[in-house]
Write a protein that binds this ligand. Structure first.
Ligand SMILES: *Cc1c(COP(=O)(O)O)cnc(C)c1O
Length: 388
């Protein structure tokens, strides 16, 4: 059958492809060390699981409102007020099938053919592809390790044209792990307000911070930027709920209503009993998140020390999320070549940086156990030495 042109413009997710290949090798009995997928290795905290079980048993198994269970929308609004100083109410919130779906809804609701969306690279794989699916034009602004992989206000200003609709901000970042300081966020906010565009702030890693780094929600910088901010987030990363598929989008009421209309004709409501798990996540203690964060902090240090001890690799120290992005430039290999040979010959799965618009890098997730990290780093060391 003839496929729609929009499909041909989109690249399938390389992160998922590497992971699929690694899982296939594992299924054949090959001992693979996988650092490819961005998913915490911890089980979902028990109080969240129990709340969903209770919801199932009490018959929360029917269709619900497309925009989400009112109680969850209210709890998310409360969270945004308390933790992020954003004065959103329940009507400003839509519950989506994960953070990925919330971004997709937003682009579908706001982007017209030819509209430009500014995306700093290295970027999360799905941003440019989603913009293309919405028939918009991704405008990639390159950042480098020298500037901490952060877009400067001058770079942002220069990228804005009369066609610019949205700027995509992701702090803490996937794949770089970097976190913008509150002052850096304020400086970007000033440009957004001055140029009268909108910002979508992907804050899914806001709880995963190290070395005293602070998360600052851009919408809290001023009343003017608040009106131009859409927050995208979800429960997957902080609460180890990747498979639950619960995320949310918060922003101006007209945008949220438009997303609810799209959702009403596409996915309808997010799995009803999964939403009750999310309510428990917001209402319960955050000790479980802190325990996971502390484990990530330790693993980050161990992996970083290994990486920087390998001649041929260099890696900056990021202070958020659960990724490291070492430069492979000195090996002379391109990222796809590097990651394919590493997986085939040394059974270590990493994501080629080309997926993030950064071909001199590979991404490693340290959301995995310490044994795998140690074993994988030794294999990586052997591989790089064999190539340099
Ligand atoms: C994981 C991730 C998401 C969304 O994940 P969901 O599983 O769809 O909630 C969004 N943005 C970034 C940068 C991510 O890494």
């Amino acid at each position: 059958m003839k496929l729609a042109a929009r499909v041909g413009q989109v690249t399938p997710s390389l992160t998922l492809a590497v992971d699929t290949k690694a899982k296939g090798m594992k299924a054949q009995g090959i001992n693979v060390c996988s650092f490819s997928v961005g998913e915490p290795d911890f089980p979902t905290p028990p109080h969240i699981v129990e709340a969903a079980e209770k919801a199932l048993e009490s018959g929360k198994t029917k269709y619900g409102p497309a925009a989400g269970e009112p109680k969850l929308r209210e709890a998310i609004a409360q969270k945004l007020q308390k933790e992020n100083s954003l004065c959103f109410g329940a009507e400003n919130v839509i519950v989506t099938n994960g953070g990925k779906h919330s971004l997709f809804n937003l682009f579908m609701a706001t982007i017209e053919p030819g509209d430009e969306v500014i995306i700093p690279s290295p970027y999360w794989v799905s941003y440019p592809e989603m913009v293309k699916l919405a028939e918009g034009k991704p405008v990639i602004v390159e950042t480098t390790a020298e500037t901490g992989f952060k877009i400067t206000p001058e770079q942002l200003r220069q990228a804005i044209t009369p066609q610019t609709r949205l700027f995509v901000l992701n702090s803490p970042s996937n794949p770089t792990g970097m976190v913008y300081t509150p002052d850096e966020i304020r400086a970007l906010a000033a440009v957004i307000v001055e140029k009268d565009i909108y910002v979508v702030s992907d804050e899914i890693y806001e709880k995963l911070l190290y070395d005293g780094a602070e998360h600052f929600s851009i919408g809290a910088a001023s009343p003017e930027i608040y009106e131009r901010t859409i927050v995208s987030s979800g429960f997957a990363k902080a609460f180890s709920m990747t498979g639950w598929r619960v995320g949310y989008l918060a922003g101006p009421v007209d945008v949220i209503r438009a997303c609810a209309t799209i959702q009403g004709h596409s996915t309808s409501n997010v799995c009803t009993f999964a939403q009750y798990g999310a309510i428990a996540a917001l209402e319960g203690s955050l000790d479980c998140v802190e325990e996971m964060r502390l484990a990530f902090a330790q693993r980050r240090q161990v992996m970083l020390d290994y990486l920087n001890a390998i001649p041929g690799l260099t890696c900056t120290k990021p202070d958020g999320a659960f990724y490291l992005l070492p430069s492979i430039k000195k090996t002379g290999l391109k990222s796809l070549e590097f990651s394919t040979a590493l997986l085939d010959d040394y059974q270590v799965a990493v994501v080629p940086g080309v997926a993030f618009g950064a071909d001199d890098y590979v991404r490693l997730s340290y959301a995995t156990d310490m044994d795998t990290i140690k074993r994988g780093m030794e294999q990586l060391d052997k591989f790089v030495r064999s190539r340099t």
